[in-house]
Design a protein around this ligand. Structure first.
Ligand code: AMP
Length: 399
């Protein structure tokens, strides 16, 4: 990684802006239902505070669409962060403006201030130059620790870097990039990408790119059925993206040409309707009744996929193998999670649903790296440049 990490930047007495991803899920009462993102950001914040920085934290939360909307206030996060850090975290009522500047002026070394939701201003998502400049004018050092937002060119992830001299990445961002590069740059082989979930259109670009990188692709979940249709298999009422069938066919022949093992399900758990209480049965390819829906990979597929996984040295997994939220159709996904931790591979799991699935299977602690990025991980693997990372790379190379 050519990026400068926070450890290489003098912090003492400096006003250090840390862009984190505190876009946490909340229930209708404003209670945070999963604090993982806050816990993940804690090491960088603690490090900066211990080094004598005046720590100014910024994040977005939800989609307030450029207007102040108290439902998306970061105040509950400030309270939670105080508990996690064991140190008081002050809350600013805005992220720019004279009152915030005054608060920052009053900070002492080691103090921590959380700015209010960046997306209360339209300039954030518009990557507006004057908003970016205003953020930059309040601080001396810029640290990006928000991998989950790195695929967006917003003021706090991209624009601000144009007006800063000292920029770098935090520990979480470093871990994310280092882990993904272990997969994309010269991985230990065999390397396997496991893809599932609903939308083939989200992931077909990655598949195309990865055909140059991986030894094996295992495809499950709803997205598999577009490929099966392309191969002439009857899939009943299973999920299919008709406009992706041609591309799917081209991808399969490309995989064959490049000698990449491209495995699709050979059997399925099907339901008579898309419902947790559906009547279910296991059928081979060609056996899906015309009115039934494929809800999970079948046991033979799970065994074949697991055998591949156990031999792998590097694995990335994104997307469940079936409708794992319904207990009756979670088996395939859980068996894949278990196979990954039985292998000796370096394993990366990304995407909210897939992370939830490894937690459900009780194996999250044995995954080498649980990524905090959803869209960001997909774009990284697709070989796209992520604006939040590119901005810092450009500066690291320039200076
Ligand atoms: P994605 O966001 O594209 O990774 O999709 C995740 C969703 O895909 C989860 O909510 C799963 O329930 C869903 N899913 C997985 N397999 C299937 C399937 N065979 N049919 C319909 N939905 C599925």
């Amino acid at each position: 990684m050519v990026l400068r990490t926070i450890e290489r930047i003098p912090l003492e007495g400096k006003r250090v802006f840390i862009r984190v991803d505190f876009n946490v899920p909340m229930d209708e009462y404003g209670t945070i239902t999963d604090t993982t993102r806050i816990e993940n950001a804690a090491p960088t914040i603690t490090y900066a505070a211990q080094r004598g920085a005046k720590v100014i934290i910024a994040s977005h939360l939800g989609r307030p669409k450029g207007k102040v909307d108290q439902r998306y206030s970061l105040s509950p996060v400030a309270r939670q962060l105080t508990g996690i850090l064991g140190k008081p975290v002050a809350m600013a009522e805005n992220c720019i403006g004279p009152k915030v500047a005054e608060k920052i002026d009053g900070m002492k070394e080691g103090d921590i201030l959380l700015l209010e939701n960046l997306r209360f201003h339209p300039g954030e998502e518009a990557n507006d130059a004057s908003f970016s400049m205003e953020l930059a004018s309040m601080v001396d050092v810029y640290i990006n620790d928000a991998f989950g937002a790195a695929h967006r060119a917003h003021a706090s992830t991209e624009g601000i870097t144009r007006y800063m001299d000292a920029v770098g990445v935090g520990f979480l961002m470093k871990r994310e990039i280092d882990s993904l590069e272990r997969f994309t740059a010269n991985p230990e082989r065999p390397s396997i990408m496991i893809l599932g979930g609903a939308k083939v259109s989200d992931k077909i670009g990655i598949i195309g790119h990865l055909l140059n990188e991986v030894n094996t692709l295992l495809i499950g979940g709803g997205m598999a059925y577009t490929f099966l249709v392309a191969e002439g298999v009857e899939v009943g009422k299973s999920m299919v993206e008709a406009d992706q069938v041609d591309q799917a066919l081209r991808t399969v022949s490309e995989a064959n040409r490049k000698g990449v093992k491209f495995l699709l399900p050979i059997d399925h758990v099907v339901g008579d309707r898309f419902d947790p209480k559906a009547t279910k049965k296991i059928v081979p390819n060609g056996g899906i009744p015309s009115e039934w829906v494929a809800m999970d990979i079948g046991p033979k597929t799970a065994r074949i996929f697991s055998d591949e996984i156990k031999e792998a040295k590097t694995i990335v997994w994104n997307g469940p193998m079936g409708v794992f939220e319904m207990e009756a159709f979670a088996k395939g996904t859980i068996s894949i999670a278990k196979a990954i931790v039985q292998s000796k591979a370096f394993s990366i799991v990304g995407g909210g649903d897939t992370v939830a699935a490894v937690k459900m299977a009780g194996v999250a602690d044995n995954i080498s790296h649980i990524s905090t990025g959803g869209g960001a991980i997909l774009e990284f693997l697709e070989g796209k440049s992520l604006p939040g990372i590119e901005a810092l790379r450009r500066i690291a190379e320039d200076r």
